[in-house]
Design a protein around this ligand. Structure first.
Ligand code: NAP
Ligand code: HSE
Length: 429
C-alpha cells in the first residue's frame, strides 16, 4: 500500500470477473470508510484485449502479459477468476511467492492444490482467500473457518450445484425427463456448453473436498470424494419417491465418523419436510452440524455474476483491511489432523432400489431371500408399473453397509427373473 492506495490485479474478465469489476466500481465511494484505504484495479489480465475492452470504462488497464503484473511491486492483491488448473495454478503460486495476497474463486484448483497453496501463503505471510469457490454468493468458508471454529463439526451436507438442482427441481415440479430438463437448463444459461462437471457431480465434489478439509481440520482432496451424478435419475424415480413423501436432490455430504471421513456426492431421497427439500431451482444451501451450535443452514445463490462477485469482493475487502492494519498473512492451512477417508462401500445408509423383474409368482420371495442372505433388511416394498411380462418393483431397505447391498445386486445380475436394477439411490436417515 502506498499513499493509502491498495492496488489489485484481476486475472480474467468473464462472467465473474465482470461482476468483480462492477462491484468494485459500485463500492468506490465507500471504500475509504470500509477499508481505511482506497482500492483500485490497476491491471486486468485477459486473452483477447479487443473483446475485453467492450466490457469496461477504462481499457488502459487491460493486458495480456502476466509478467507486467507479477513484476509490478505496487500490486498488493491478485484476484484470480480465470478458472482451470493451469495457468491459474502457476500464476497464483508466483503471486504468493512474490508477496502478493491472492483471492480466488477457483474450486478446481483449491480442491486439488489447496494445502500446497495455503502453505506457500503462510510462508510468504500473505492472505489466500477463496470464499467464492464454494456455493457462489453464500458465505460458508469464513463461517466454517471462523464463526464455527470453536465447534467439533460432525456433518456438512448441502446442495452445492445450481445446475443439477435446477434440473432435478424441474423434473420434480413439471415431470420433465432428465434430457428435457438439461436442455431447459442450457437454454436458460445455467448449464455450461459442456455440462459434464455439473451433471456427473464433479463440481459438487470439489466443493465437498474444500468444505470437508476446513470443517474437519483434515485434508480431503477431490480424489477422496466419491462422486455420482444425476444422469440416471428418471421421471419415474422422482414420481415414486414423491409418492412415498421424499424428494430427490443431488447432495454433497461430508461426515466426520469414528471410522474416518465420509466425503461423497450423489443423489439422495430426503423427506419432503427437510429444510434442504425446499431449496429449489438454481439456489444452493449448506447444512452444518456442530457440537456446540447444533444445526445451522446457509442458503442463497450458489452461482452467477453478481452473487459470486459478492463473495470475492468480501475476501478482497478483508485482505485490504488486513493490509491497512498491517495484519496480512493471518490465514493458514488448518488441516492439522490426518484422518482416514472412508470408502463408499463402508458407508451405512438406507436405499431405494428400483428393479424390473419377471412378473410371476415367487419372484418377490426370491428378491427378499437374496437381500436377506446379504444382511439387507427390507423396510418397504411396492409393485409399480407392469410392462408386458415384467413388473417394476421398488424396495426401500433399512440401514445397511453399502457393500452388502452391492453384493445382493451382483447376485441379482446373474438371475434370469431379475431383468435389471436400473436405480439404486441412497435414502436420508
Ligand atoms: P468465464 O466466464 O469462462 O471467464 C473466464 C475468463 O478468464 C475469461 O475472460 C477468459 O478469457 C479468461 N481467461 C481464461 N484463461 C486465461 C488466460 N490463460 N489468460 C488470461 N485470461 C484467461 O468463467 P467464470 O464463470 O467467470 O468463472 C471464473 C472462475 O470462477 C472459475 O474458477 C469458476 O469455477 C469460478 N466460479 C464461477 C461461478 C459462476 O457462477 N460462473 C461461481 C463460482 C465460482 P477469454 O474470454 O478470452 O477466454
Ligand atoms: N456450475 C456451478 C453450478 C456454478 O451450477 O452451481 C459454479 O460453481
Amino acid at each position: 500500500m502506498e499513499n493509502g492506495v491498495i492496488n489489485a490485479a484481476l486475472l480474467g474478465l468473464g462472467t465473474v470477473g465482470t461482476g468483480v469489476y462492477k462491484v468494485m466500481k459500485r463500492q468506490e465511494p465507500q471504500m475509504q470508510h470500509k477499508l481505511n484505504a482506497v482500492l483500485k484495479i490497476k491491471k486486468i489480465l485477459v486473452r483477447n484485449l479487443e473483446k475485453a475492452a467492450k466490457k469496461i470504462d477504462d481499457p488502459s488497464v487491460l493486458t495480456n502479459d502476466w509478467q507486467s503484473i507479477i513484476q509490478d511491486d505496487s500490486i498488493d492483491i491478485v484476484i484470480e477468476v480465470m478458472g482451470g488448473l493451469e495457468p491459474a495454478g502457476t500464476y497464483i503460486m508466483e503471486a504468493l511467492r512474490a508477496g502478493k495476497n491472492v483471492v480466488t474463486a477457483n474450486k478446481d484448483l483449491i480442491a486439488v492444490r489447496g494445502g500446497e497453496l495455503l502453505d506457500e501463503a503462510a510462508k510468504a505471510h500473505v492472505d489466500l482467500l477463496f470464499e467464492a469457490s464454494v456455493a457462489g454468493g453464500i458465505p460458508i468458508i469464513r463461517p466454517l473457518k471462523q464463526c464455527l471454529s470453536a465447534n467439533d463439526i460432525g456433518e456438512v451436507m448441502g446442495i452445492v450445484n445450481g445446475t443439477t438442482n435446477y434440473i432435478l427441481s424441474s423434473m420434480t415440479a413439471e415431470g420433465m425427463s432428465f434430457a428435457q430438463a438439461l436442455a431447459e437448463a442450457t437454454r436458460l444459461g445455467y448449464a455450461e456448453a459442456d455440462p459434464t462437471a455439473d451433471i456427473e457431480g464433479y463440481d459438487a465434489g470439489r466443493k465437498v473436498a474444500i468444505m470437508a478439509s476446513i470443517a474437519f481440520n483434515s485434508r480431503v482432496a477431490f480424489s477422496d470424494v466419491y462422486t455420482e451424478g444425476i444422469t440416471r435419475i428418471t421421471a419415474n424415480d422422482i414420481r415414486y419417491a414423491a409418492e412415498m413423501g421424499w424428494v430427490i436432490k443431488l447432495l454433497g455430504v461430508a461426515k466426520n465418523t469414528e471410522e474416518g471421513i465420509e466425503a461423497r456426492v450423489h443423489p439422495m431421497l430426503i423427506p419432503k419436510d427437510h429444510p434442504l427439500a425446499t431449496v429449489a431451482g438454481s439456489y444452493n444451501a449448506v447444512f452444518v452440524h456442530g457440537d456446540a451450535v447444533d444445526d445451522v443452514m446457509f442458503y442463497g445463490r450458489g452461482a452467477g455474476e453478481m452473487p459470486t462477485a459478492s463473495a470475492i469482493m468480501g475476501d478482497v475487502f478483508e485482505t485490504a483491511r488486513n493490509i491497512s492494519a498491517g495484519a496480512k498473512g493471518s490465514t493458514h492451512c488448518g488441516c492439522y489432523k490426518n484422518l482416514p477417508i472412508k470408502k463408499i462401500d463402508d458407508i451405512i445408509s438406507r436405499y431405494f432400489v428400483r428393479m424390473e423383474v419377471e412378473d410371476k409368482p415367487g419372484v418377490l420371495a426370491t428378491v427378499a431371500s437374496v437381500l436377506g442372505n446379504n444382511s439387507v433388511s427390507i423396510a418397504q416394498v411396492t409393485q409399480k408399473e407392469k410392462m408386458g411380462d415384467n413388473a417394476e418393483i421398488v424396495v426401500i431397505t433399512d440401514r445397511v453397509k453399502e457393500c452388502h447391498l452391492k453384493d445382493a445386486i451382483l447376485t441379482f445380475k446373474d438371475m434370469s427373473v431379475i431383468r435389471s436394477v436400473p436405480a439404486l439411490i441412497r435414502v436420508y436417515g
